[in-house]
Design a protein around this ligand. Structure first.
Ligand code: TYD
Ligand code: MG
Length: 456
């Protein structure tokens, strides 16, 4: 046997080196190099042979190339379709990442069982056939053309694929695969990279969409190097607070669509339910008015959502006041508190401030600012904000209330859900036809104006 050859790989970006180095020259991270045994013998590579058989690699005139959009494949799952940009593209490689136990396998099995008239191959290296069957029964769906294969060697997988000729392949998970070409163990960087490359070649050559499930490490990065993200066409993140039932699917990279779309699911006993009207779940049902609660009319992707923000302001028990937030950027919270202190004269520097976005979701839309501020002021004054009021505006550094995008869509959603009043920036008023809505629209230019309208 030939002497085994080892190489060093950067755990962060996948760069390789023949000796260990402390700082990666390509991504500048420290202490990320790990040693791996590699042995490449390219003659074993089936898909290289395959590509020689097929006449690929010829240049085509751009005029002659077919437009792929009408070729999108419906997944029969509206939330997934939305996140993918309208459906799967043939020959695309899609990575689904998420923490263990979040529901990746459930989601993919559900898709596999729900697809109509499509031959699906679900390959698992994590669970037994019986476990999959039990889960399928729990979900309660059935696709007569769905095959399960428990296998981890890519060479064997490709053999089965050649016989079965599936129209969609799902791999659970990329970390369990191993290829004969490389000697290091499954889950190592070089294995993950090589297996993903084989899957990519297969998917591109046969126009079959392939889903790869990938685990996420504790630090929140996809286990395996970043290079995996470069190789695939689409990266989907499946996330959510484990204690809440809600799961969010978002694209962090998409070669065939926007990355601002969200899919929302609810984990039930019988699998994942698509949540088509998210506002229903993000606003808690309450009978009496409580202080510190305020509703924001936000937009995620193209979809308007009403989200509840909750704040608690209390006198600091210790010297340094605490600030904590879930679902909202802590630095932005500090900025809003500084604006309230400096520009609007509220004494909050000696107060503890806790902020929470209901439902366990994370919000990036700046249009939530005004709701955050009113929730904080409401808790500080201990005066509730009327349940029928919502807010859609950004706060600037000088305390001014700034306009946000897609204001009409936000107003329309709030109107649809029966809110009576919405506060927006006065600079957003241009072109809004007030007569179209039942909801009353209150423009404001400064935080103090909103404050006096709500609490004075
Ligand atoms: P799973 O898909 O195995 O997660 P992953 O593949 O991301 O590791 O999901 C596991 C969790 O989902 C588990 O805690 C049980 C829960 N679950 C339900 O609540 N209802 C269901 O119908 C199913 C199948 C799972
Ligand atoms: Mg799983």
């Amino acid at each position: 046997m030939a002497k085994s050859k080892t190489l060093f790989y950067c755990r962060n970006c996948g760069a390789q080196s023949i000796k260990w180095i402390g700082k990666c020259p390509s991504c500048d991270e420290w202490n990320t190099y790990v040693e791996e045994v590699v042995q490449r013998s390219d003659d074993k590579n089936k898909w290289v042979e395959y590509s020689k058989k097929k006449n690929i690699g010829k240049p085509h005139l751009i005029e002659d190339i077919k437009h792929g959009d009408q070729l999108r494949i419906n997944t029969y799952n509206n939330e997934l379709n939305r996140v993918l940009g309208g459906g799967m593209i043939p020959g695309s490689l899609i990575l689904v990442g998420g923490e263990p136990g979040i529901g990746k396998s459930t989601l993919m099995l559900q898709i596999a069982l729900n697809l109509k008239n499509m031959k699906v191959l679900y390959i698992t290296g994590e669970e037994s056939e019986q476990q999959i069957k039990m889960r399928a029964e729990r979900i309660g769906l059935n696709n007569p053309d769905c095959y399960i294969l428990t296998e981890t060697s890519t060479q064997n997988i490709f053999q089965q694929i050649e016989q079965l000729k599936p129209e969609l392949v799902i791999i659970d998970s990329i970390q369990t695969l191993n290829t004969d070409i490389i000697d290091s163990s499954a889950g190592s960087i070089s294995q993950i990279r090589e297996c993903a490359a084989e899957m990519q070649r297969y998917s591109k050559l046969t126009d079959t969409p392939v889903f790869l499930i990938g685990h996420i490490t504790k630090e929140g990065i996809l286990a395996g190097p970043k290079i995996l993200e470069h190789m695939v066409d689409t990266v989907l993140q499946f996330e959510g607070e484990r204690n809440y039932g809600y799961r969010i699917l978002r694209a962090t990279k998409n070669r065939f669509g926007s990355t601002s779309e969200l899919g929302i699911y609810e984990m039930r006993n019988s699998g994942l339910r698509e949540v088509s009207n998210p506002s229903e779940i993000l606003i808690s049902q309450r009978d009496d008015d409580l202080s510190g609660i305020s509703i924001a009319a936000t937009i995620e992707g193209l979809r308007p959502m009403l989200i509840e923000t909750q704040a608690l302001v209390s006198s600091a028990a210790y010297g340094t006041p605490q600030r904590s937030s879930t679902g909202f950027d802590l630095r932005r919270l500090s900025m809003l508190l500084a604006v309230l202190e400096k520009r609007s004269g509220f004494k909050l520097s000696v107060k503890d401030v806790f902020l929470n976005i209901a439902g366990g979701i994370k919000v990036d839309d700046p249009g939530i600012d005004l709701a955050v501020v009113t929730a904080i002021l409401s808790s500080n004054e201990d005066i509730p904000v009327d349940k029928q009021i919502c807010f859609a505006a950004e706060i600037g550094l000088s305390g001014e209330i700034r306009p946000v995008n897609r204001i009409e869509q936000r107003i329309a959603e709030a109107d649809k859900l029966g809110f009576k009043q919405i506060f927006i920036s006065k600079y957003n008023m241009k072109g809004i036809d007030k007569t179209k809505y039942n909801i009353s629209i209150s423009p404001a230019g400064k935080i103090e104006e909103v404050f006096s309208m709500l609490f004075a």
